[in-house]
Design a protein around this ligand. Sequence first.
Ligand code: SF4
Ligand code: SF4
Length: 312
Amino acid sequence: MPLRSRLGRRLWLNIRGIPPRGKYTIARRLLQAVVLGLFATQLLVSGAIIEGSLASSRVFRSIPMMDVFAWLEQAAATRSPTLESVIAVLVVFALYSVLGRFFCGWVCPMDLLFSLFERRLSSPRASPLTRPHSAGPIEKAIPLVMIVAYLGLSVVLGQPFFTTVSPVAGATKLGSILVGVLYNIPGATIGLAMAWATITGFALIVNIVAEYVFGVKRFWCRFICPIGGIYGYVMNRYSPFRVKVADVEKCRGCNLCSMACPVSIDLMEYIHAGRDVTDYRCFKCGRCIEACPHDVLRLGFSLRRTSNQKGN
Ligand code: SF4
Ligand code: SF4
């Protein structure tokens, strides 16, 4: 990295207390805005590019897509998944088998919302769940318990539980209903918009309270939301798209990467071991890469687990 750019980054960090945003944040925000915009305007455009919500949608009126957890809940509730839903979930499964937990950092509108209120850097002296750390067995087990509980509730209630009240799909529905209200489209009502706004606001408040009162970053994503949980637990294990240690010799041990991570991953552990980041919490946001003044990390495709060779 050129000296001037490194100095600029240091200056920004000192003035703002956060590392500067970079190309990954800009690209993520653009993609999130495009996805939200496409869902929001679906009622206005005949032959919309995307129809439905982030739980279940149809792209170009022909490619069905269904979120993996939404499908599991539907299958648990109805016990007779349709062929179309199987095709739809396989499309999404294949996509995130390649990209891992990419959905959470690049597509989900809640990431956009949560990031507006989150503290940017973790202090190494902060609470155990806030400072960068490897997740212990209890922390890892909680999202799995939640997933099983949601599926159990879906069986008992006979309808998908989390999907019905999910703020993730809700935020996209809220956008399209608001546009519908604005253009007097039948079925789009203020009451419906208020209902989805309440659900989305609830998730936001839970997340803010957890972070500002109890010091737990991204509580909703790490412990409550099963959508990201499935992508993290299953796909992050083998997906080739991941954060790689590009050049371990450049690392000065400043730990800025870990402190910038929104889900408190201890990047130093991976850097020292020269391993790619396969942590179930990683949603490929690239903040660790943007925070590093020495270009130690990269985001890209790799089939190998280790990547510590110089200039790799
Ligand atoms: S964990 Fe859930 S709410 Fe959080 S970013 Fe992922 S899908 Fe969105
Ligand atoms: S490890 Fe890096 S890419 Fe993964 S969530 Fe943390 S900051 Fe984002």
